[in-house]
Design a protein around this ligand. Sequence first.
Ligand SMILES: [Zn+2]
Length: 232
Amino acid sequence: MSGALPPRERVASFAVLGLSAFTTTRDAGTYGFTDTAPVGEVNERWLALLRSTGGRMASAHQVHGIKIVTHTPGWDGWLRVDSADGHLTAHHDTTLVVTIADCVPIFLGHPKGASALLHAGWRGTAGGILESGIRALANMGCHARDLVVHLGPAICGKCYEVGPDVYAQLMRRTIAAPATVDLRALLADQARIAGVKQVEISPHCTKCRNDRFFSHRAGDTGRQVAVIAPAA
Ligand SMILES: [Zn+2]
């Protein structure tokens, strides 16, 4: 590995799993190619992340779906998958990356060495991407009861207002006017129902702390990245 990691909010509980897990902050700059930021600068940030985390890195063109890609060894460089919102690896050998700016980065780690990183907005939360990730890990012998699940910086339950249609899909009851929902509280419930004992929720809201994080709802076009990498 070479080069320093970008300015970031760490997931302290993943260190004992041999993993470096974090979400970058506004100070790191944007990782979004949809931004008005120069493509060359954004690309260089990604390449610096690749160099500083071990030489094999996977990201995806995210589509608010529930597809999770399982990565296997045998390649080097930066793999950008088409149309996926989650990544999984059985060993500490691939750096997993999702881009976010209000949606929830879901970090999953297991003592056996498997890890997964998911991107969940309301569609992924309603569609069950977290249950899908927990099931995929269980299928490789990494049971839910031993998992650490961390829900990273994302829009909070006070800031995230949705219309009646989205509310009904998330809360399974109907309302007449827009109301707020807490995506991370819903995801934490899903994790516990699936059998996860250790569920953590970051105290940071991307919109309340728009000084520190990019927030789509606050008007930003920039994106931060959530990362699970082999520990240095
Ligand atoms: Zn907030």
